[in-house]
Unconditional design. Structure first.
Length: 208
């Protein structure tokens, strides 16, 4: 094993030892594909005219066969060795692309290879799955919020008094209308029609 491979293997070991284990949550379409699309597939994608080293990173079998990926073994994956390299002749993406990987992206790729380097179909070919709606329990945020809405007038005395005034006035509704059929008893001093109790049918002239 060359000195470069030894250094790359050591770097992978250190990252895997100190990193938080988030392998179960890594999804190819969400986490890995965007990195590949931005930094890899220009030279190692489906375009045969632009492809370099006869390597396709968009196909799992091709990447494994070429040695770029060794599922479960990031220290034996050429892709990982290249992204960790400091040699401008070997590092990927190449410096001329001007799209260096961040430490977080490198860690994500290492974790992905360690977890098995599983690919996914493009999201447009995957049938959507309805998410399961969690049941509302007494301790859930939804129920706590509902409880606060139910008891809102108990916490603030001014809100409680306002609620009482609103309740007392619900049976009386005032309209700025003139009713020709009951003007003698229903028109107030400011020419506003006050209706208490059930609403009565008014003639069309009341709205003229």
């Amino acid at each position: 094993m060359t000195m470069t491979r030894c250094v790359a293997a050591l770097a992978v070991t250190v990252i895997l030892t100190t990193a938080v284990d988030a392998q179960d949550s890594i999804q190819f379409n969400r986490d890995i594909r965007p990195i590949f699309m931005d930094t890899c597939l220009t030279c190692h994608g489906p375009d045969s005219a632009a492809r370099k080293a006869d390597l396709r990173m968009d196909k799992r079998d091709a990447a494994i066969e070429h040695g770029a990926i060794s599922p479960g073994k990031p220290d034996e994956s050429e892709m990982i060795r290249r992204i960790l390299s400091e040699d401008p002749e070997e590092i990927m993406p190449p410096p001329e692309l001007k799209k260096p990987l961040s430490p977080a992206q490198k860690k994500l790729l290492i974790d992905w290879v360690q977890s098995g380097a599983e690919y996914q179909q493009h999201w447009s070919y995957i049938a959507p799955v309805r998410a399961e709606i969690p049941a509302a329990t007494a301790d859930s945020a939804i129920m706590r919020h509902a409880s606060r809405l139910t008891n809102w007038d108990r916490r603030n005395p001014s809100d409680s008094r306002r609620s009482g005034r609103l309740s007392a006035s619900r049976s009386s509704v005032t309209f700025p209308l003139y009713c020709t059929e009951c003007a003698s008893s229903k028109i107030t001093s400011d020419n506003r029609l006050s209706i208490s109790g059930p609403t009565k049918r008014m003639s069309a002239s009341a709205f003229s």
